[in-house]
Design a protein around this ligand. Structure first.
Ligand SMILES: NC(=O)c1ccc[n+]([C@@H]2O[C@H](COP(=O)([O-])OP(=O)(O)OC[C@H]3O[C@@H](n4cnc5c(N)ncnc54)[C@H](OP(=O)(O)O)[C@@H]3O)[C@@H](O)[C@H]2O)c1
Length: 285
């Protein structure tokens, strides 16, 4: 990765920080983004302490005005961005809105990658890696994109729903930029004991999973404490020569291509998610 510049959203903690660490160790210049300037700079200092080049920019990427500022700051610092990793995730236990009035998980998982990728396209010469999660692949509820009708159900969760929508949006994005030199792929990280997981309460899970949540919470630190594992697929997609030119592909936590779920391939779903993203970003992109 010598000579390459990578931007990682949510690079100050959890899987994003491990991804940033892995790419800095491979010689990349890494710009990491977190909401808190002190925490972001501390993470950059820690990861750059060897001979890495790690920088921080503070932004709340669920805010459209922060995204516009972030893209402008990146353009001031670099002539070219080789890799963009849209890593930020959120899992609030109940429906909340961002300051732009957008449902928070839809904002973090779908609208932010859509907006940031579009804003950075003039600089992007390489790869976009979008991070899915949870149990994606269920039905996309076209009358419930921002959880207007339901946020949690027996097996439904808006977290999983928005990760499925992210996949549909990413596939459409890959198609739109075909031939431009930009590739768009989706990585599944696998489970990790991260700040997001530690903050989750039983109330944030679909009803059928709630009885096993205490057991999961007890096992997670021991079984999933090593975050180098869930950062493997994003590091691979950002850096490996094996995936040069590969686009529109979904990769498992073991870095293997996997079939897209039927709901992601559905053109009507892609069209509807895409149209909502365009509608919500008219003033930003
Ligand atoms: N953990 C898992 O088991 C798991 C499993 C599958 C998929 N995933 C996915 O993997 C990705 C990373 O998950 P994670 O568990 O590592 O998340 P995390 O623990 O929340 O860490 C992400 C980092 O993102 C930053 N961040 C959060 N919200 C932000 C915002 N609005 N703007 C800018 N920065 C923000 C936080 O830093 P600041 O607080 O400094 O802003 C935090 O350090 C997510 O997309 C998640 O859905 C995770």
């Amino acid at each position: 990765m010598d000579g390459k510049t990578v931007l990682v959203t949510g690079g100050t903690g959890g899987i994003g920080k491990e991804t940033a660490r892995g790419l800095a160790a491979r010689g990349a210049r890494v710009i990491l983004v977190g909401r808190d300037p002190v925490r972001a700079q501390r993470a950059a200092d820690e990861l750059g302490a060897g001979n890495g080049r790690v920088e921080a920019i503070a932004a709340d990427v669920t805010r459209q005005r922060d995204l516009a500022r972030l893209a402008a700051q990146v353009a001031e610092r670099c002539d070219r961005l080789d890799v963009l990793i849209n890593n930020v995730g959120t899992h609030p236990p109940r429906r909340t809105l961002t300051e732009d009035g957008v449902e928070s998980t839809f904002a973090a998982h779908v609208l932010t990658p859509f907006t940031l990728t579009r804003l950075l396209l003039p600089l992007l010469g390489g790869r976009v890696v979008n991070i899915t999660g949870g149990i994606p692949g269920g039905r996309i509820e076209l009358d419930n994109l921002q959880a207007e009708r339901r946020y949690l159900g027996w097996t439904f969760s808006q977290y999983n729903h928005t990760k499925t929508m992210l996949m549909a949006m990413s596939l459409r994005f890959a198609e739109q930029v075909t031939g431009s030199g930009v590739t768009v792929n989706v990585a599944y990280p696998g489970h990790g004991h991260t700040p997001m997981n530690q903050a989750m309460t039983v109330a944030g899970f679909p009803y059928v999973y709630r009885p096993i949540v205490p057991l999961l919470r007890a096992l997670t630190p021991r079984l999933f404490g090593d975050l180098s594992k869930p950062s493997r697929s994003s590091v691979y997609l950002a850096s490996s020569g094996d995936v040069e030119g590969v686009t529109g592909t979904y990769f498992t936590m073991n870095c293997r291509p996997a079939p897209w779920p039927a709901s992601v391939l559905d053109r009507r779903n892609q069209d509807t998610v895409w149209a909502l993203c365009e509608d919500l970003t008219r003033e930003t992109v």
